[in-house]
Design a protein around this ligand. Structure first.
Ligand code: SAM
Length: 206
């Protein structure tokens, strides 16, 4: 159902980016600074964008990260990936070659024991849609290199009421992430429906 909806919404999806909440230099700066620090800390110049949609996360970071950074976007919606692919085709060849798109369920990709580890993983506006959120997060954590970073959104305001079995309270996320080997996350209020969560994976044993 979710995939069906996103396939149909893909052509208009980016319209919301014109709003003040999305077109926000301070928020962009926070995301870009954390992403740079994550790649520097982990020394792994690879970024995984889970539920990448039409590529907002990669678009935000492509010019800010080291020029050898490779990006992998995973999404199960062909329509959203098509839009992302159209944007990619407009970039210079060098950047095009550094962006790979994969149509797959996030949970399947994250659970693949052969999948790579990344210096930064993005999980933006998608966690609440994932059945088995805690298990998915366990697998997502294994995709992050030691000292690498996670940027995710936490549903806020009235939005969690639509996902009663997948609530992500601040305290719940703090304890889930601690159990998965992350340092204390930082929460940054963003827009009424979400706040941003920044977490660093510990470099030593959990
Ligand atoms: C609200 S959009 C967010 C897109 C992008 N992260 C952004 O910030 O603009 C949610 C995206 O997650 C994708 N998605 C939802 N559940 C998924 C799943 N189980 N596996 C893969 N993609 C999923 C949808 O297709 C959609 O592109």
């Amino acid at each position: 159902m979710n995939r069906w909806l996103y396939d149909r919404a893909a052509s208009d999806y980016e319209k919301k980016w014109a709003s003040a909440a999305y077109d926000n230099a301070a928020i962009h700066g926070e995301v870009q600074a954390f992403a740079s620090a994550s790649l520097a800390g982990s020394k792994t110049h690879r970024v995984l964008d889970l539920g990448c949609g039409t590529g907002r996360g990669v678009r935000l970071l492509a010019d800010e990260l080291p020029s050898d950074t490779e990006f992998l976007g995973v999404d199960f919606s062909a329509g959203m990936l098509q839009r992302f692919s159209e944007w990619r085709a407009l970039q210079d060849k060098e950047l095009q070659n550094r962006i790979t798109l994969l149509q797959q369920d996030i949970r399947t990709y994250a659970a693949d024991p052969g999948a790579d580890a990344f210096g930064l993983v993005l999980l933006l506006e998608v966690g609440e849609f994932l059945p088995g959120f805690s298990t998915a997060m366990q697998n997502v954590a294994t995709r992050i290199a030691p000292a690498g970073g996670l940027i995710m959104t936490r549903p806020a305001g009235a939005w969690p009421l639509f996902f009663p079995s997948r609530k992500q309270s601040r305290s719940g996320l703090v304890s889930l992430l601690a159990n998965l080997g992350f340092e204390s996350p930082r929460f940054l209020p963003w827009r009424p429906r979400y706040e941003l969560v920044f977490a660093v994976k510990r470099s030593g044993p959990n």
